[in-house]
Write a protein that binds this ligand. Structure first.
Ligand code: SF4
Ligand code: SF4
Ligand SMILES: [Zn+2]
Length: 264
């Protein structure tokens, strides 16, 4: 297996994975979306809500605010906690939100009792309060995975595609139609012929094939190479997200190995 980093930012990563199956590349993508545990607001008690939004809408909005923790490992999944899932500081973190209008209530006003936990973004709007309107809420966040509910989804936009292979044959007459139709600016004209220069951006849409009258373009996906794109919800850096997803897969493979060994 070969790994090549193509792009790395705090909230997104793009890399080229070669010498693997589609199932392997997809396994990491899926684990980023559904198997990496993060914190999310789970239960709330509304003491006052005179805003225009129903209690349920406020609850939904709070649940979808991505949360960051300085150390996620100090929290257990409720079902694995020593409290047996009834709730304790080991598996939940309490918060308070109290605001009075006029003004917009933003995510930064969610105050957790653990100073190491906070919303990933300060300015997610929760509700606009009019003059004298109030919102007073207490509640707690728990740690879970995206397959339980999308509010615990650590990876948001996660996808992959085969690495495109593009060749231009000698029959190219330099008409430039492929340059015109390609939405990803893959082709340039050079020396009276088309040349694919930006191959990683190709989406395999085949518009160039349809536009090329001499049928000079050969588009072949490389079957064991994948361009993988992962975007984090903000609850952790994208690099950590991929590392944790890989750890989850490794853990499962080891569990399976141990179970098979028991049967042997
Ligand atoms: S459309 Fe075909 S013939 Fe025209 S420049 Fe592109 S590759 Fe060459
Ligand atoms: S398949 Fe689509 S994106 Fe790729 S080079 Fe052709 S037109 Fe551009
Ligand atoms: Zn607990």
């Amino acid at each position: 297996m070969k790994f090549e980093l193509l792009q790395l930012e705090e909230d997104r990563i793009r890399y080229l994975l070669s010498g693997v199956t589609a199932a392997f590349a997809n396994g990491i993508r899926r684990a980023c979306m559904s198997e990496v545990p993060v914190l999310a607001i789970d239960e709330i008690s509304l003491y006052d809500n005179t805003s225009v939004l129903f209690d349920e809408q406020i609850s939904l909005r709070l649940g979808e605010v991505p949360l960051q923790a300085e150390d996620l490992n100090i929290f257990s999944l409720p079902e694995e906690c020593q409290c047996g899932g009834t709730g304790c500081p080991g598996c939940r973190v309490d918060f308070m939100l109290s605001s009075e209008g006029p003004g917009v209530v933003y995510s930064r006003e969610i105050q957790f009792t653990d100073p190491g936990v906070k919303p990933a973004f300060d300015k997610i709007p929760i509700v606009i309060l009019g003059e004298g309107e109030k919102l007073v809420i207490e509640g707690y966040a728990t740690k879970h995975v995206g397959k339980e509910h999308s509010k615990w989804q650590a990876g948001t936009l996660c996808g992959y595609k085969n690495l495109p292979g593009i060749e231009v044959a000698d029959s190219c007459d330099g008409c430039g139609k492929c340059v015109e139709v390609c939405p990803r600016n893959v082709f340039v004209l050079e020396g009276g012929r088309a040349k694919a220069t930006n191959i990683l951006e190709c989406s395999l849409c085949k518009l160039c094939i349809g536009a090329c009258e001499p049928a000079a373009i050969k588009l072949t996906p490389v079957l064991d190479s994948f361009v993988v794109y992962i975007e984090s919800s903000g609850s952790m850096p994208a690099r950590d997200l991929v590392a944790r997803a890989s750890e989850e897969i490794k853990k499962r493979a080891e569990d399976l190995d141990a179970k098979l060994a028991e049967l042997a």
